[in-house]
Design a protein around this ligand. Structure first.
Ligand code: GLY
Length: 369
């Protein structure tokens, strides 16, 4: 078990990581429960898998749970579901000092967090992430959002949770593909800022995706520590430090857009390929050696993730792929900042990337391998 503090003046909070700690939710969340009932949000999968366990844990301290249950999938991050959720919370008399519980993956956490951000100008919430991706990334750091017809995560708020409980045992039932997609965000912390952790991932990545309990707990703990450090330094992504977490996301966004943000390519899978592209593009610009890019590719392959975009079977041109990037919400005053590498464990923001060069690079990558 580990407890990691996200140090934010006046808004700091603990992230607990460990196997079986959902059973202790009543005690761990005690300070954030003021009444004998809490409001909790889950999707039908996370509710079926872990809802009764949360009810039992809170029930042991005399607290019962009222559920708002969504359909699984990105569709829940919508204006219409947000409206229903907010109305439901208001009907239940939720007050500013109350905390709403989010039990599920990134979609449930983002929706609940955004509802908490706007309800009565802001009430509390507790994150209980049940996917690897949510445990190592989205449940920590306070980014909350819904999607609109213009794109993903375009309406949201920075709103920090009061507590995060990451029980690694909840990952026992996660589909293997989602373990892989979450692992992309784990290895990302090594590639962007911690060469030693990357070397650990090279050796242990397959153990993490195979859910070896010790390897999994270590990976989640190290990832949360890295994210907590970055968020404490640059909560609102204004200094460039938090932007480093977007490593692989700009290239990955183009791949997700080209595959229609569909099951064909999960977000984490796109990030894995995107990190390979960012590494190879860094080598093309002579920032890193080709050998370093090859090491990153091999580590991603070894964890069972696909690294080559040619494997996607997409038929677009390099220029068409690059064009998707211009719709990325990270566009800043007409330029698109890229997160590139000066070495393994040394990411930086490059604001001077030529989109013509990126198009040519992507054309080669689409043809290669
Ligand atoms: N997932 C990127 C961030 O939290 O900034």
């Amino acid at each position: 078990m580990a407890v990691i503090r996200v140090e934010l003046a006046g808004r700091g909070y603990d992230v607990h990581v460990g196997r079986g700690l959902l059973d202790e939710a009543g005690t761990l969340a005690r300070d954030f429960i003021r009444k004998d009932r809490v409001s909790a949000v889950a999707d039908s999968n996370s509710h079926a898998a872990h809802g009764a366990q949360l009810e039992a844990a809170l029930g042991a301290t005399g607290v019962s749970v009222d559920w708002f249950i969504t359909q699984p999938g990105e569709g829940a991050k919508s204006w219409s579901v947000l409206e229903k959720l907010v109305d439901w919370l208001l009907d239940r008399g939720v007050e500013r000092g109350d905390h709403i519980f989010a039990l599920g993956g990134g979609v449930v956490g983002d929706l609940t967090g955004f509802a908490a951000a706007v309800l009565k100008r802001g009430c509390g919430f507790v994150q209980i992430p049940t996917t690897l991706l949510a445990q190592v990334d989205s449940s920590v750091g306070g980014k909350t959002a819904i999607n609109t017809s213009a794109g993903k995560n375009l309406v949201g708020a920075f709103h920090q949770p009061a507590l995060v409980l990451a029980d690694t045992a909840t990952l026992d039932t996660l589909p293997p593909r989602e373990m892989g997609a979450g692992y992309a965000e784990v290895i990302k912390y090594g590639i962007l800022g911690d060469a030693k952790f990357f070397a650990w991932c090279e050796v242990n990545g397959a153990k993490v995706t195979a859910r070896d309990p010790a390897a999994l707990e270590y990976a989640v703990t190290q990832s949360v520590k890295a994210k907590a450090r970055i968020v404490a330094e640059d909560e609102r992504e204004t200094t460039g430090t938090r932007a480093l977490l977007n490593l692989g996301h700009t290239f990955g966004h183009a791949l997700e857009a080209e595959t229609g943000f569909s099951e064909k390519l999960l977000h984490g899978e796109a990030v894995a390929m995107g990190m390979v592209l960012a590494a190879r593009y860094s080598a093309r610009r002579d920032y890193i050696a080709l050998d370093d890019a090859a090491r990153i590719t091999a580590a991603i392959d070894r964890a069972g993730l696909r690294s080559e975009i040619a494997s996607l079977g997409i038929t677009c041109t390099g220029a068409e792929l690059a064009a998707h990037m211009l719709h990325d919400k990270k566009m800043d005053a007409g330029t698109l900042p890229f997160i590139l590498l000066r070495g393994i464990g040394e990411a930086f923001v490059d604001k001077h990337v030529s989109m013509e060069d990126v198009s040519a690079f992507l054309r080669e990558q689409l043809q290669a391998h």
